[in-house]
Design a protein. Structure first.
Length: 130
C-alpha cells in the first residue's frame, strides 16, 4: 500500500494520531488517558473501536506481542500532513499553493512569531532556487 492509498484520517482519527505521534507508540489506555485531557467525555471503548478501524484502514499498526496491544502510526506526522495538504490544495484551491497560503493568512491572523517563521521559510526556499 503506497502513501496515496492510505485513507485520509477522520477528525477523531487525527486526534488519536496526534497522541501516537507525541508518544511514539502507545496502548489504548495511554491514548485514552491523553485524549481525556482535551476531550473529557471520550470513552475507552470508543478509542479502542476507532483504533481497530484505523488498523483495518492501514493508518496504524498494532503490535500484539504484549498483553496490552501497542499501536504506532504507519506514516510519520510530516508525511500525513503533507498528504492532507496536497489533497486540500488539489480539491479546494485548484492546485494553487498560493491560493491556500493567501486564504490561510486572511482567515486567521498570524502571530509575529509565525510571520517570522514564514519569512524564514520563504527565504530558505528562494535561496535553494538560486
Amino acid at each position: 500500500m503506497t502513501p496515496r492509498d492510505v485513507p485520509r484520517p477522520t477528525d477523531a482519527e487525527l486526534a488519536i494520531l496526534r497522541v501516537i505521534w507525541r508518544l511514539g507508540s502507545a496502548t489504548v489506555r495511554e491514548i485514552h488517558d491523553a485524549l481525556l485531557q482535551d476531550q473529557p467525555k471520550t470513552g475507552y471503548t470508543t478509542v479502542l473501536k476507532i483504533l481497530q478501524i484505523m488498523t483495518d484502514k492501514g493508518i496504524v499498526v498494532r503490535d500484539e506481542s504484549q498483553r496490552a496491544h501497542v499501536y504506532a502510526a504507519k506514516e510519520s506526522e510530516q508525511s500525513t500532513r503533507g498528504r492532507l495538504v496536497r489533497h486540500l490544495v488539489d480539491r479546494a484551491f485548484d492546485g494553487s499553493a498560493t491560493a491556500l497560503v493567501m486564504q490561510a493568512l486572511s482567515t486567521k491572523k498570524a502571530s509575529p512569531n509565525e510571520l517570522a517563521t514564514i519569512r524564514a521559510m520563504l527565504e530558505k526556499i528562494e535561496g535553494e532556487r538560486r
